[in-house]
Design a protein around this ligand. Structure first.
Ligand code: GN1
Ligand code: MG
Length: 361
């Protein structure tokens, strides 16, 4: 813990510390809760940024600062109360930036949001509220004048993710292809269809907007009543299709099982969660969504489990170089779980379409 204390010393606003606890959430960054002694001082979240994945930390933090200050300003203009629990605040290090480089690793600290919780399972009621919130989040960012960089280039680009899978298959770096070649072939069958967003974008028929791009349920803080307080994990906030936030939320929230469930019979798509979330989202996002965006929302729901299966599978074939794993076959299990969810969402497409049509009448 001494090393962590040395890091924290570079963030002058942080008061005397009584405890540093590792938090286990997230597959990418290392995260700690830093508890301070004084009851009047806030606690903090300390994160070691994975700079192998986020290679341009300066751009990353610039995006995050631009977005959080823009949202803060909007909340102030709307005379919201309790703003410090509704948007993250990153603390300045003694170099004047919101991150500190110790010669080897990059660190950042943000104020911990008290009396908040993450949920693993959401209800239709809370999904409706999350939907409203995400529509608002995108609407609030719609008039940002500052341009944001892509912290991970082509992050939710399906064509690019398939290209990565194909490269992994070609290389077969650790000899896992024998085990997964049928699965790869199954996934490939739908490849062209699943790349429709990129095609429409090239044809000028689909816009990019600033999105969160990692809207899984565990990246949201809820208050005691189950209302979303604040969206966290802003590393991937960048220009993308609105499908990112819509689809990735339902990928986790509307799954009856965890994203790495080994028992595939437990994985189903919860239509009630879809309905509630879509209702909230369309209510607050309708003002800016184009007809093409609305039309393709059911496609978005299928896209994210599909893309996640492709990404987990590519990582499995590459020998687990990207996602943190808990056991040897973890990425393989994750792939099957996400592919199963994908198939479940496919079966619900026409029902999703009718429901959305009923909302926009
Ligand atoms: C990663 O950082 P974390 O664990 O919230 C990943 C997401 C995936 C998710 C799958 C930067 O998110 O894109 O959907 O795992 N983030 C990055 O659980 O690759
Ligand atoms: Mg993340």
């Amino acid at each position: 813990m001494d090393a962590l204390n040395n890091v924290i010393d570079h963030f002058p606003e942080v008061g005397e510390i009584i405890q540093i606890k590792p938090l286990t959430s997230g597959l990418i960054n290392q995260t700690y809760l830093v508890q301070t002694k004084s009851v009047t001082d806030p606690d903090y979240i300390l994160q070691c940024i994975n700079h192998h994945i986020f290679t341009d930390v300066d751009m990353l933090q610039h995006n995050i600062e631009a977005v959080t200050s823009h949202i803060r300003q909007k909340l102030e203009e709307a005379h919201e109360d309790d703003i410090d629990r509704k948007v993250l605040r990153f603390v300045k290090a003694d170099n004047g930036k919101t991150y500190y480089f110790d010669g080897e690793k990059y660190w950042r600290m943000s104020v911990f949001i008290p009396d908040s919780q993450t949920l693993d399972v959401v209800t239709p009621d809370s999904s409706y509220l999350v939907g409203l919130k995400f529509g608002e989040f995108e609407a609030m960012l719609a008039d940002m004048t500052e341009s944001l960089g892509e912290t991970i280039p082509d992050f939710h680009n399906m064509e690019f993710r398939l290209k990565q899978l194909r490269e992994a298959v070609q290389q077969d770096a650790v000899g896992r292809m024998e085990k997964v070649h049928t699965l790869v072939a199954d996934i490939e069958k739908d490849a062209e269809e699943m790349c429709c967003a990129e095609r429409l974008y090239r044809e000028g028929k689909l816009p990019k907007r600033i999105c969160h791009c990692d809207t899984k349920v565990s990246n949201m803080l809820f208050d005691e009543q189950g209302k979303v307080l604040c969206v966290i994990d802003l590393d991937t906030v960048m220009p993308s299709f609105v499908f990112s936030d819509f689809g990735d939320f339902l990928r986790s929230a509307a799954n009856t099982a965890p994203e790495d469930e080994p028992d595939l019979s437990k994985i189903h798509f919860r239509f009630d969660i879809f309905q509630a979330f879509a209702k909230g989202y369309i209510e607050s996002a309708r003002s800016f969504l184009t007809p093409v965006e609305i039309e393709l929302l059911p496609y978005a729901v299928t896209l994210f489990p599909y893309m996640q299966a492709v990404r987990f599978l590519a990582d499995y074939i590459n020998g687990d170089t990207y996602y943190q794993i808990k056991y040897a076959e973890h990425n393989y299990v994750r792939t099957l779980a996400q592919y199963t969810l994908y198939q479940e969402t496919r079966r619900a497409v026409s029902e999703m379409k009718s429901y959305i049509a009923s909302l926009i009448k």
